[in-house]
Design a binder for this molecule. Structure first.
Ligand SMILES: Nc1nc2c(c(=O)[nH]1)N[C@H]1C(S)=C(S)[C@@H](COP(=O)(O)OP(=O)(O)OC[C@H]3O[C@@H](n4cnc5c(=O)[nH]c(N)nc54)[C@H](O)[C@@H]3O)O[C@H]1N2
Ligand SMILES: Nc1nc2c(c(=O)[nH]1)N[C@H]1C(S)=C(S)[C@@H](COP(=O)(O)OP(=O)(O)OC[C@H]3O[C@@H](n4cnc5c(=O)[nH]c(N)nc54)[C@H](O)[C@@H]3O)O[C@H]1N2
Ligand code: SF4
Ligand SMILES: [Mo]
Length: 725
């Protein structure tokens, strides 16, 4: 692999230090420097703050970037942004090293060795984009547009990524969603007719958090609101087989048996209904199916749930009573990554029903605040060609209730391997690392090996990029514009605070240039990034200059005088009994589905975020790497002793699909029948010089299991054997 990255970095260092104030003219795009100075954001010497948006995780906090002599030197939370509330988490603050990482890819790369060998040569944008377009057109000509698979994880330029794939005419689109929140989203849609109601913690007295580790799996605003609520006396019941940092802040920790959250919630419903503790007025007026629900949950007593969940019947009954006593100031949190078991959809339905029974709608659950494009303008474009081919991920022909937008990524990957119902030949990936994020890495690599052609848009040679034929380097989030983001009643901007290093380009530019070469220029009617944003702002009567100065613009607020009691379900009410589920032949009421249990001698393998890393993307960040211990496999002392294992022993972990070696961490903070591994390690790309060789990947071990209703991958349903290595 050729590499001029280091020298480029050295150049930056020199430029930053020796050129002083003059550097600002060289390092910042002229217009950025000019606008920033005119707005008083930078002083005459080029020092000051520029507002923009974090991209170290999908929460997208507001940032104030301190710029000095053409380099960004510090990142702080924007107090005006509802996601950051003035704070950035550790990852957000370490965003500097995302931009200044010596492993950044700063020119397009074309593979020269065997795929996966890591040998690339540098190329010009013209050569790289011409090659990508030629390969895509060849595949389209030979096999049809559906033979090109596209995949990407939630990001601000995704709207133009989707524009590219729709204009190209492929129905095959993989996102992270089925590995993350399909169970929760589909259950909310069935019950409330919306993806996820907004939550309010104001005056909340009682909260049940089921596997939602808010103190480590951080959403800055919600994490800080929860902390303040706990300080003022909020009671938190935390349900997790692990003692996490959230467990440490909670009133109760229920060390539940994995996969049995459904039994726990059915028993809560049982107590609340049988003791008539529900909000009768709300239930009668605003829900359908209460009688059927009451009948369905009759057998699910706390005594029934206790041996299943390992939570004492008295504790379940107490929690049900405390929860309903606190109502309406009680909330059962719907979680986020709810991809745990094939029954997670039913768990989510039970959680949604529990909230409905205590009548907390309008108090702690609210209609979702709009996020996305809102009232913004869009560049004009022709209609998309009709994609008539079936989707490889089985939506809707195998998964009738999974929304097109969510999809079933693991099924798409498996269809690539079987070649059924037809073969895929090319894969275009942006801002995603499926080699790590999909279960069963072996199968993901097999799917990639079936491809005639793979192109990746990333900022690093991440594990997936490592297998690319062409790498298209995006400018980092501090170096580029992205489409605007509406959050509630404000519109936020991401803008460059420094000039892109090397030849890195924004995704807006990359998709437009590729579109041109594919003969799709009519779908990309913007001159450049600034023109794109001007077109977005046009209906608001706001100038680009204005939003760049403030970092956001306020939309006219439509004050809701009253809370809306209308849901976008077939009945217009909260559906405890869902006719949609019924018509599709699925259980229309939350109902018990027994999850599989590990056979004797095996453990549940748990995954879960740590506060200082995001997914599979930040382990190479030198600042974050420095402060995060190398991960070990958590095991309870009782189990370790029984197996003759001790802290720090090297162990071999084996599942049905893979095997890894890792050191043991013997800790009371996990149930004896579970082990836990921090996700995001075990990188196989040697292009990540800080992270390579550190830890092991749980994705090597994960077996692919898909929930038939929501399409969610069941990440806690993998069982492993552990032995001394
Ligand atoms: N620091 C940091 N913050 C993040 C992210 C990140 O990567 N890093 N990612 C963001 C994203 S995309 C998401 S989706 C959210 C995810 O945030 P969360 O929804 O909190 O998800 P995880 O941390 O993956 O898992 C939470 C807990 O579920 C437990 N668990 C596993 N199986 C079961 C089970 O069967 N029942 C119960 N009750 N618990 C179980 C695990 O032990 C783990 O502690 O975090 C977001 N915030
Ligand atoms: N084993 C296991 N598997 C899981 C999970 C788990 O906890 N354990 N969690 C699941 C969840 S909740 C989710 S959301 C998914 C996430 O799955 P993915 O979205 O596949 O994972 P990320 O690590 O977020 O991938 C982000 C990619 O974007 C790149 N990147 C970072 N910044 C930029 C940028 O500015 N531009 C571009 N173009 N690229 C950039 C990174 O280098 C990285 O390659 O994984 C799921 N899979
Ligand atoms: S939660 Fe942290 S990493 Fe995510 S956007 Fe906010 S500051 Fe950035
Ligand atoms: Mo996620």
């Amino acid at each position: 692999m050729l590499d001029t990255k280091i020298s480029r970095r050295e150049f930056l260092k020199v430029a930053g230090v020796s050129a002083g104030a003059l550097a600002i003219g060289h390092m910042l795009p002229v217009e950025v420097a000019q606008a920033a100075k005119e707005a008083g954001l930078l002083d005459a010497s080029g020092t000051g703050y520029i507002p923009t948006t974090c991209e170290m995780c999908v929460w997208r906090c507001g940032v104030r970037a301190k710029v000095k002599d053409g380099r960004v030197v510090k990142l702080e939370g924007n107090p005006l942004h509802p996601h950051s509330l003035g704070h950035l988490c550790a990852r957000g603050q370490a965003g500097l090293m995302n931009t200044y990482d010596p492993d950044r890819v700063l020119t397009p790369l074309i593979r020269v060795g065997k795929r996966g060998e890591g040998l690339f040569r540098q190329a010009s944008w013209d050569e790289a984009l011409d090659l990508v377009a030629a390969k895509m057109l060849e595949i389209k000509d030979k096999y049809g547009p559906e033979a090109m698979v596209f995949s990407s994880t939630h990001n601000l330029s995704q709207v133009q990524f989707e524009n590219l794939l729709n204009a190209f005419g492929s129905p095959n689109y993989g996102t992270q969603r089925s590995l993350c929140f399909n169970a929760m989203i589909v259950a909310n849609q069935m019950t409330y007719g919306m993806e996820e109601p907004a939550r309010s913690y104001a005056d909340l007295e009682y909260l049940i958090l089921t596997g939602r580790n808010l103190m480590e799996a951080i959403s800055t605003s919600e994490t800080s609101i929860l902390s303040h609520a706990i300080d003022r006396g909020l009671k938190v019941v935390y349900v997790d087989p692990r003692f996490t940092k959230t467990a440490a802040k909670s009133t109760d920790w229920c060390a539940i048996r994995p996969g049995t959250d459904l039994a726990f919630h059915l028993a809560l419903l049982n107590v609340i209904v049988s003791e008539e503790r529900y909000d009768r007025a709300f239930v009668e007026k605003y829900t359908v199916g209460f009688e059927q629900l009451a009948e369905e949950i009759r057998p699910y007593t706390p005594e029934w749930a206790a041996p299943i969940t390992d939570i004492n019947a008295d504790v379940i009954r107490r929690i049900a009573r405390e929860f309903s006593d606190a109502a309406p100031h009680a909330l059962a949190h719907n979680g986020w990554r709810t991809s745990n078991f094939e029954n997670s959809f039913q768990t989510e339905r039970a959680i949604a029903s529990l909230n409905a029974l205590v009548g907390n709608w309008g108090v702690h659950l609210l209609p979702a605040a709009g996020e996305g494009a809102g009232p913004l303008g869009v560049p004009p474009q022709p209609p998309y060609p009709r994609a008539s081919a079936m989707r490889l991920d089985g939506v809707p022909w195998k998964y009738p209730l999974v929304p097109f937008k969510l999809g079933v990524f693991q099924e798409l990957r498996d269809a690539i391997i079987t070649g059924k119902p037809y073969e895929a030949h090319g894969w275009f990936i942006a801002r995603q690392n499926p080699v790590q994020s999909l279960p069963d890495r072996g199968r993901t690599l097999e799917a990639m090996s079936k491809m005639d052609f793979i192109a990746v848009v990333d900022i690093f040679l991440n594990d997936t990029t490592w297998f690319a034929d062409v790498v298209l380097p995006e400018a980092s989030y501090l170096e580029r514009y992205d489409p605007l983001l509406v959050v509630g009643d404000k519109v936020f901007i991401r803008q460059p605070v420094i000039q892109p290093q090397g030849d890195a380009k924004s995704a807006l530019w990359i998709y437009k240039e590729l579109g041109k070469r594919l003969g799709l220029e009519d779908y990309f009617q913007y001159v450049d990034e600034e023109d794109y944003i001007r077109q977005q702002l046009a209906p608001l009567g706001v100038t680009l200059q204005e939003i760049r100065e403030e970092g956001y613009v306020q939309l006219p607020v439509e004050k809701r005088s009253e809370i809306e009691y209308e849901w976008n379900t077939p009945s217009g009410k909260v559906e405890l009994f869902s006719s949609t589920l019924d018509n599709a032949g699925f259980a229309a009421l939350p109902t018990w589905e027994e999850p599989p249990r590990p056979p004797a001698g095996k453990f549940y393998l748990l995954t879960g975020k740590v506060g200082r890393h995001t997914q599979f993307a930040t382990q190479n960040n030198q600042l974050l790497h420095k402060y995060q211990d190398e991960p070990r496999l958590w095991m309870n002392p009782v189990s370790a002793k029984a197996m003759g294992l001790a802290d720090n022993d090297l162990v071999k972990v084996t599942s049905d699909v893979g095997e890894v070696n890792i050191k043991l961490l013997v800790t009371q903070a996990i149930r004896p029948d579970c082990v836990y591994l921090t996700p995001g390690y075990g990188h196989l790309s040697k292009g990540l010089t800080t992270a390579y060789g550190v830890g092991a990947s749980d994705s090597v071990l994960h077996v692919t299991f898909t929930d038939q209703i929501s399409g969610g991958q069941a990440l806690s349903q993998t069982f492993v054997a552990v032995q001394a290595a």
